[in-house]
Design a protein. Sequence first.
Lengths: 87, 87, 87, 87, 87
Amino acid sequence: MILGKVIGNVVSTIKLSVYQGYKILIIQPVNNKEEPQGESFLALDTVQAGVGDTVLVIDEGNSSRLIMNNSTAPVRTVIVGIVDTIE
Amino acid sequence: MILGKVIGNVVSTIKLSVYQGYKILIIQPVNNKEEPQGESFLALDTVQAGVGDTVLVIDEGNSSRLIMNNSTAPVRTVIVGIVDTIE
Amino acid sequence: MILGKVIGNVVSTIKLSVYQGYKILIIQPVNNKEEPQGESFLALDTVQAGVGDTVLVIDEGNSSRLIMNNSTAPVRTVIVGIVDTIE
Amino acid sequence: MILGKVIGNVVSTIKLSVYQGYKILIIQPVNNKEEPQGESFLALDTVQAGVGDTVLVIDEGNSSRLIMNNSTAPVRTVIVGIVDTIE
Amino acid sequence: MILGKVIGNVVSTIKLSVYQGYKILIIQPVNNKEEPQGESFLALDTVQAGVGDTVLVIDEGNSSRLIMNNSTAPVRTVIVGIVDTIE
């Protein structure tokens, strides 16, 4: 899992039907001080996260399909939680 | 998923039969301001994307095989959408 | 596997039920001299590691599910051991 | 898939039997101008590529096993084509 | 596969039973001139490699499980050969 901050969202007219109803958010990975590290990527939102939220992101297809409860979803990266505190 | 820009395409005489009919495009990953970040890679085009388009790319074998509807396709990376707007 | 140092932990109100009872730790990868290298990431703790410990981390979904003895756990990265010495 | 240039080959006395008959080539990833980017890695040659060739490389275990027509081959990265032109 | 040099080994009291009898070695990836590139990582030794050896490393769970002949081993990275020459 990766710690990231939501920095935007993407609108696309050509979207797979399995993505319907999910926002596609842009995630900037952050370190333990919530400072940016590395390159941004996209994740499906499963927890109603918004821009500015610090989130937990899982980046593995099988895990993401399990979370979406859809064994044939072509998805690799989903947001699984909103962070309260980092200690 | 990754946000990228199509910057070229590749022609190869030795190509797997499963790739017939698909363009192999060169993708430059971009950030939320559509600025380049990281290294380019190749993706099969499933949405009629062209050079200059900003696209959604999925980079996982099982997802790519699901999108191509071919459970035995040796493919890891496909373009799944063309981006309208980034917010 | 990766050699890392535990540098913090994350508290999240929205957490998958399969994660209940596990700490989510922030791991800083280190080299053979225990100097930081690369970017931090998150791992589930299966060995009662604490901040400051040097640990062995496995970063593959199937391995992590095997270690958690749960074939449907959406988890990719777990701590599998605490390091005694590096030679 | 990745675009790369063949820059060498590796000879090893201890080699898995499944690798017999395949060259192990060193690949330098390149961008759309065939300039080096990122770190070199190794790939099994399935298309009779040679040093100096620009090649298409797939880097996923399931894809590589499908290309080698061997569902139990411990192989992750294979060369799948020689590039004619980059546009 | 990756070309690497063995630069150390790790001793851990908490170790999975499947790892018993295998050394956990620290691998520094190297380029075709055997110069360091990128970050070190850990691999299980299946070929009796030692510090200073240049080795072939495979970094994929399914491949590693096949090499260890154990379909349920939680292992992602193993050393598969010792390099004789790089051309």
